[in-house]
Design a protein around this ligand. Sequence first.
Ligand SMILES: Cc1cc2nc3c(=O)[nH]c(=O)nc-3n(C[C@H](O)[C@H](O)[C@H](O)COP(=O)(O)OP(=O)(O)OC[C@H]3O[C@@H](n4cnc5c(N)ncnc54)[C@H](O)[C@@H]3O)c2cc1C
Length: 510
Amino acid sequence: MTAPLDVLVVGAGPTGLALAAQLRTYGASFRIVDRSLDRVHESRALGIQPRTLEALAEFGVTDELVTRGNPAMQLRIHLPRRVVQLPLFDIGLTDTAYPFLLFLSQAETESILAEHLARQDVVVERGTELVRLKREGPAVSCRLRRGGGGGEETVDARYVVGCDGAHSTVRTQAGIGFEGYAYPQTFLLADLEVDGLEPGAVHTYMTGSGMLLFFPLGSPATWRMLAMRPPGAPDTRVKLEFLQRITDLYAPDGLVLRDPVWMTDFRLHNRGAAHYRSGPFFLAGDAAHIHSPAGAQGMNTGIQDALNLGWKLALVCQGRAPAELLDTYETERAPVGRSVLRFTDRAFTIGTSRNPLIRFARTRLAPRLAPLALRATGPRGRVFRTVSELGIRYRQSPASTAGSRPPRKGPRAGDRLPDLPRGLQARRAGRGWHLLLSGPPALWPAERLASVLRGRDDLITVHRLGGESPWPDAVQGLVRPDGYLGYVARGAHLEGLRAYLERWLPAQQR
Ligand SMILES: Cc1cc2nc3c(=O)[nH]c(=O)nc-3n(C[C@H](O)[C@H](O)[C@H](O)COP(=O)(O)OP(=O)(O)OC[C@H]3O[C@@H](n4cnc5c(N)ncnc54)[C@H](O)[C@@H]3O)c2cc1C
């Protein structure tokens, strides 16, 4: 009998591809299957957030994403008699190397991730559909069907991760609910050329009846258009003439649409999985949460789900971490998913409501107040931190432990390691955990450190930070493989760190 796989990854969208990349880095045995014969060629999700760019740097693909993408620094709000210009991201984000929203077609993002996997000899098994899951003893029996009459096979896996999108088979077979609602409005979407728009900015046209947006996509077309189908408009197939009529209605400044590459319409939902884990089954990405594209959160949240989970699965399967580490996936990521559902719902309601008060606020008040509000660094910083996903932290997680003397200033246990001073994140770019020691080297003599790290030193790299540190004091900070601080303590004592490691990364007998 062959040993079960560590993990079966179902779905090779952005979430599944990111998960496969991390499972590969950490040496898990896995397969990744997708029922489609080819990856998507449509633009779909087009905004990549700063936190996702940071997180994907682990695979060395971020430079390629940035080179192929289009960073937008300005939002231009077109009102009947004037245009209000707002900065996007460029102020207040001092602790990241990527202080911008990157516009890139989802097709390109997936192709860059797939190229990375190919270089790592990972084969994405396309035309292969998961049809049934059955728990059998310690493993799951997974029935796979190959398209084109390729027959069926059964593969055993210890864990199955559903990265299989909104209609997830894994979610259904695991019996996990997916509660929520559909919005009544229909949306129109097109990738096309537009004459008359200033390049390099996001343009929004606000009217009482709805919004029209243009995003600087770059490729395969210069612009992504998004608009609400006006109430009462015919529910027919989307055609260029119809989109032009809508544009003339919302943006009466003579824009001309041409050369569409993709036109479609769609309804939006707001739904979340009741659980992100049920026994050996996990959900990530759209399988766990779907919502409006307001704020460009969907694909980003999915990729970050994957990068929270992959290293945990790999270390647990290799006997390097206890099985309870897997419970922290839901503890950490389900609140993020819920907050994205709430945030996108609020933004969607403000953007589309026909309530006269909200319409007044949207078209008259917001454009006037926004420039003033953006001068107030506090609120602006909070909004940008949320949208950029840099503000995500896991302080309440059992895998986040503050030592008996927490740092007086600087990041705490559960926080993301900032890129401040610049280059700090690059220092921990290598595989595994990273122990940052900030303060005089004599505080932590090599032999004392060695005794704490013994039996796990192949997975932990030690960095002595000298003056280049996010903490003004003498601090020990242990960074997890996903870039979040698991343990932070002030002072020379290493007993708290030893206890943390005993719990989450027990020493191996060699
Ligand atoms: C028209 C449209 C426009 C969008 N615009 C935006 C946007 O502007 N911004 C944004 O953030 N998001 C947008 N999205 C959403 C975004 O595309 C998703 O959030 C993102 O693709 C989620 O990635 P995922 O990998 O979790 O799921 P998916 O990309 O849905 O991938 C799931 C994969 O699983 C495969 N699969 C499904 N069932 C099985 C099975 N049983 N066996 C094997 N394989 C299976 C599918 O073939 C698919 O490849 C848009 C989506 C659509 C459709």
